[in-house]
Ligand binder design. Sequence first.
Ligand code: CAA
Length: 337
Amino acid sequence: MVEREMGGSTDNCNHSGDTEPPKSPEDESSERPEAQCTQDLKSVLITSVLNLEKLDVDLYRGTHHWVPRSQRLFGGQIVGQALVAAAASVSDNLYAHSLHCYFVRAGDPKVPVLYQVDRTRDGRSFTVRSVRAIQHGQPILICQASFHMLQPSPLQHQFTMPVVPQPEDLLTVEELIHRYLSKPDLAKKSRQGLNKLLANEVPIEIKPVHPPHFYRLSAVELRKLFWVRARGYIGEGNMKLHCCVAAYVSDYAFLGTALLPHPNYRAQFSASLDHAMWFHNTFRSDEWMLYECESPWAGGSRGLVQGRLWRRDGVLAASCSQEGVLRVKPVTEPSKL
Ligand SMILES: CC(=O)CC(=O)SCCNC(=O)CCNC(=O)[C@H](O)C(C)(C)COP(=O)(O)OP(=O)(O)OC[C@H]1O[C@@H](n2cnc3c(N)ncnc32)[C@H](O)[C@@H]1OP(=O)(O)O
């Protein structure tokens, strides 16, 4: 039986330019004191989804956890697993700083995914890995990931984190759904849809900053803001896993941002075409982070979305970009939520 491997060494994601990774406030006083005494409540993301089985040198097999209603594999899962496979052959002193992927075929939830890694280059400062995610003998995803050693620099700047309510002052998606379900006049079709959403075992927690906006009941602005964290405990040490979890998280509710300016249309078919991420600083994906999503452009049955993942202390943790195919049809009846 080939041993199950978390995928190589333990700290393969980018730190900021300092020699010591900056401590986020959560590192000092974890927001989830219960996590300290329930370390066995490890996140299913790291015990299952991002825990690849090593079949041979540079060949891994991944399992599935949550599959969207579209019954095509969730893009974030394939990207996160590809990054685990890529990082497994990269030395401890290098950190993931970026990845670029194309989703070339729909993933089949009925069979596992194989990850074939090519050691494209090991340079003095940068190391690059190419990964093919394969099912039925064909690639479903092609991914390049690059790793960098710590090279501090006086040249540092970032945008400013948006000012929003803290996660403690907001409701989770589940709590919001229960609130909507309590409405006696809720349409039967809406009730069925919400109960299906509740049945999803999505391994991440989400707290929308503007719930009506998050559910497109009112397009107050062309941005989507929500707090997000992995369910369960991951712990401080393994930045590689936090990057892989962030890759998983970054694709959730992302492409839908391109529909915000068009409340009179809904997606008939949507799927991510590509996905890119840049990791800027250390972060904890099992602690709340603010995901700020916006869409600068849509047209030609495609939409472009961009996202920034913020630590609670205002440090920019990661940036994401994605283009997706968006085939839409008019909304015939306004939502009755
Ligand atoms: C939004 C999210 O849910 C985020 C995600 O995670 S999506 C998951 C990650 N991304 C993906 O899985 C996309 C993978 N890539 C692909 O599937 C393909 O490259 C592609 C569909 C994007 C383009 O494929 P293509 O053959 O060049 O284009 P096209 O012929 O238009 O579409 C092929 C398939 O898309 C689906 N499709 C396309 N238009 C559709 C529509 N209007 N309604 C429903 N299905 C449609 C159909 O399954 C179609 O296959 P069949 O005709 O055999 O049924």
